[in-house]
Design a protein around this ligand. Sequence first.
Ligand code: GLN
Length: 184
Amino acid sequence: MTVAVLALQGAFLEHEQMLEKLGADYFEIRQKKDLDRPFDTLILPGGESTVMRKLLLELDIYDTLKEKIISGMPVFGTCAGLILLSDEVEAGVPCFGTMNITAKRNAYGRQLGSFHTDADFGGLGQVPMTFIRAPYIAEAGEDVKILAEVDGKIVAARQGRQLVTAFHPELDGDTRIHEYFLNM
Ligand code: GLN
């Protein structure tokens, strides 16, 4: 199995380090020709969703990735990656819009912009969660499975083979969420 990591901007290196730890095969998508290489799953990292959206369109990568997501390729979006997959975005513009969720961008305000906590995630028990100018999921459709909540806000969810976290599992040493994704 080969993982493609979108590497236009943001925290893609940390995802790659996780994949290395897990012995998973991966490569980076930086330009259109990288899409010629076959891959089975996709990671959309954290960073700045507005910049990533702009680059996806400018570099003509957007359509191919969207088709792959729609046709069922597993995708994991963290933080800005969550925003890219949301079909509605508060204080922002949708990008792929393939997930039936509303993301609230920069949802925690200035003071709580970045914080760390531990909370239950799906069937995995407590996992460490690092939030950096994070969104949360303000609304989720019926077909969306909620995997984690912090202070009553949804911070991780899954719809079919699309997995999103508002936090950055790649920044903590815990590999369980990446393993969960690779097993999807
Ligand atoms: N605030 C960023 C955005 O709106 C997301 C932050 C992150 O990915 N750490 O895209």
